[in-house]
Design a binder for this molecule. Structure first.
Ligand SMILES: C[S@@+](CC[C@H](N)C(=O)[O-])C[C@H]1O[C@@H](n2cnc3c(N)ncnc32)[C@H](O)[C@@H]1O
Length: 287
């Protein structure tokens, strides 16, 4: 069956080893993307395991339709943030969250996720709220500085924010190229964190992760495994703290990272960190 997505799922064997999907059980994929993890769970939980998947980007629906075609009613998809998955009014036997963005969003969505392409500087997963270009055109220097400082740890955050605010009336920022010109370098080591900082801000990503972990946890049955893959230290810190302070038995004392072979085959996996935990049985569930 043709897979339309170009995204290669990260740490997929390790996620499956942690979840140990079984037939007859139902799993939540909170970040469906191209459906790589969902497919792996469906394959390993045949013949009757189910996956309920959500994603906040409605553009992934096309990939969800392909999965539905292949797996029939073992699979369902909703355009939803995982922080809202309690709205589904379901309970799950395991869940995976694969944070961040997919290759399809990076290379095929025309929303400015890649600084290597000249596209509108949008960076939203959804179609509501302020775009990154609007944020840079309309916000105060201190608000812009804060985003670059907190989310990109950029040493020149103050200087860059001042330059944007001083010149944006005559040199408006509409596209990725407009913004790259303000930064004044093509160095990916400088640009990648700045683009990521804007993406984190416009999508309110860190708040979504914090709230999302709590909500996903609330819909997991005791004894179920939660697997979370993060891609940068701000995300990983939240995940680590969540597992430490919550009602989970840690299955990974140290995060699992991709092997050199996986990184070679899929360079986008290089910064991935997988943390997994098993939701503890409550007093009432131990009979
Ligand atoms: C790294 S990709 C997931 C790839 C997927 N696991 C696969 O194997 O194809 C992350 C996906 O999560 C989605 N996403 C990001 N934040 C989200 C949120 N708070 N709720 C739901 N989906 C989210 C993005 O739109 C993106 O499609």
């Amino acid at each position: 069956m043709e897979n339309l997505s170009k995204h290669i799922p990260v740490l997929v064997n390790e996620v499956i080893a942690a979840l140990q999907p079984e037939t007859g059980k139902t799993y939540l994929d909170g970040t469906f993307g191209g459906g790589g993890h969902a497919r792996a769970i469906l394959d390993t939980s045949a013949p009757n395991g189910r996956v309920v998947a959500v994603d906040r980007d409605e553009n992934v629906t096309v990939f969800a339709e392909a999965v539905a075609k292949q797996y029939g009613d073992r699979f369902e998809f909703h355009v939803l943030k995982y922080a809202d998955c309690d709205q589904l009014e379901r309970e799950f036997d395991g869940a995976v969250l694969d944070l961040g963005m997919s290759t399809d969003q990076l290379t095929g969505s025309w929303r400015g996720f890649s600084f290597q392409r000249n596209e509108p500087l949008d960076l939203r997963f959804e179609t509501t709220g302020q775009t990154a270009a609007q944020f840079l055109q309309q916000s105060s220097a201190s608000a812009i500085e804060q985003v670059f400082r907190e989310y990109a740890q950029d040493r020149y955050a103050k200087k860059l924010a001042a330059k944007i605010v001083n010149e944006r009336r005559v040199r408006p920022i509409r596209t990725t190229t407009d913004f790259v010109e303000y930064v004044g370098t093509n160095n990916p080591k400088v640009l990648a964190p700045l683009f990521q900082a804007l993406r984190i801000h416009v999508n309110d990503e860190l708040v979504n992760i914090k709230r999302g972990l709590e909500v996903v946890s609330s819909v997991l049955r005791p004894g179920s495994v939660l697997a979370v893959i993060s891609f940068h230290s701000l995300e990983d810190k939240i995940v680590k703290e969540f597992f430490r302070g919550s009602d989970y038995e840690l299955l990974t004392k140290k995060p699992v990272e991709p092997t050199q072979e996986e990184i070679k085959n899929n360079p986008s996996s290089r910064s991935a960190k997988l943390r997994t935990g098993r939701k503890r049985l409550t007093d009432t569930s131990i009979e």
